[in-house]
Design a binder for this molecule. Structure first.
Ligand SMILES: C[S@@+](CC[C@H](N)C(=O)[O-])C[C@H]1O[C@@H](n2cnc3c(N)ncnc32)[C@H](O)[C@@H]1O
Length: 250
């Protein structure tokens, strides 16, 4: 019984300290360690030199990451990515590098720090801290907006294969992605459906960085980009309209 209680408390403490897990993964990724380990195992000292970090402090971060299961430590302070940690590399298939960058960003988690007041008042953390909603804030703070848009590309990259496998988009000549971010989903659908054309629709500051992604995916000649607010109107003429990870925001 006592043993069960101790195990329960340990599990509960792990949940309570969850923000530390988030910050370890965030710091590891923002410091570029997963990319540094893309070629294989490296020593803590070599990683400190390559990333310009304080060696003892970085060593502790690497050990914390090993305890979380994303790195493997050998007997001589050498570290390698585990299969789980591979997902933190920026060039991994279904990389979560953009997502972990957002989740640990000071502004993002300080907004989450308003949760008690948010539940008491019914107001969002964004409004309590900044006086405006998240979308207005991001439109006024381009760097925060870019981090968010990269996180959406990252998150959508992990869903997109399952989405295109489970639904046949081929019958649609024109597919409109409403609130489509930088176009990660639409680009994938168009790549798999050469007979379809796309219209990517999102706020002006978001779609202004979409062209590069669409060109990278080789679909820019079949995809038009339109800026605006879906509260005013959406592009007409589509045979299918997508709203992915949008409705829950409202
Ligand atoms: C959670 S993100 C999802 C992005 C994309 N659909 C995806 O799944 O990766 C919500 C998107 O809605 C867009 N959005 C928010 N308000 C909007 C508005 N009034 N008009 C157009 N787009 C809007 C945001 O800019 C953002 O790209």
């Amino acid at each position: 019984m006592e043993k069960d209680l101790a195990a329960d408390r340990q599990q509960l403490r792990r949940l309570i300290n969850g923000f530390q897990t988030s910050q370890v993964l965030h710091a590891l990724t923002v410091l570029g360690i997963p990319d540094q380990l893309g070629g294989g195992r490296r020593s803590a000292a070599a990683l400190a030199e390559a990333t310009g970090c304080n060696p003892p402090a970085l060593y502790r971060l690497l050990r914390a990451s090993a305890a979380l299961g994303v790195l493997d430590e050998d007997q001589s302070q050498g570290f390698a990515l585990t299969p789980l940690g591979e997902g933190l590399r920026s060039d991994a298939a279904g990389s979560l590098a953009g997502w972990v960058e957002l989740i640990g960003t000071p502004n993002f988690w300080q907004n989450w720090g308003q949760l008690v007041d948010s539940v008491r008042t019914g107001e969002t953390g964004w409004r309590l801290r900044h006086g405006v909603d998240a979308w207005t804030y991001r439109s006024q703070h381009p760097e925060d907006g870019r981090v968010f848009d990269r996180a959406m590309v990252s998150m959508t990259g992990t869903h997109v294969e399952a989405l295109v496998r489970s639904y046949d988009f081929a019958p649609f000549r024109t597919i409109v992605d409403v609130g489509g971010g930088r176009g990660a989903l639409l680009a994938h659908i168009l790549r798999d459906n050469p007979g379809s054309r796309g219209v990517l629709f999102d706020q002006p500051h978001v779609v202004e960085t979409a062209a590069a992604l669409l060109a990278e995916q080789g679909v820019d000649d079949r995809c038009r980009v339109e800026a605006g607010s879906f509260f005013e109107s959406v592009p007409g003429g589509g045979d299918a309209y997508l709203l992915k990870s949008v409705i829950h925001d409202w």
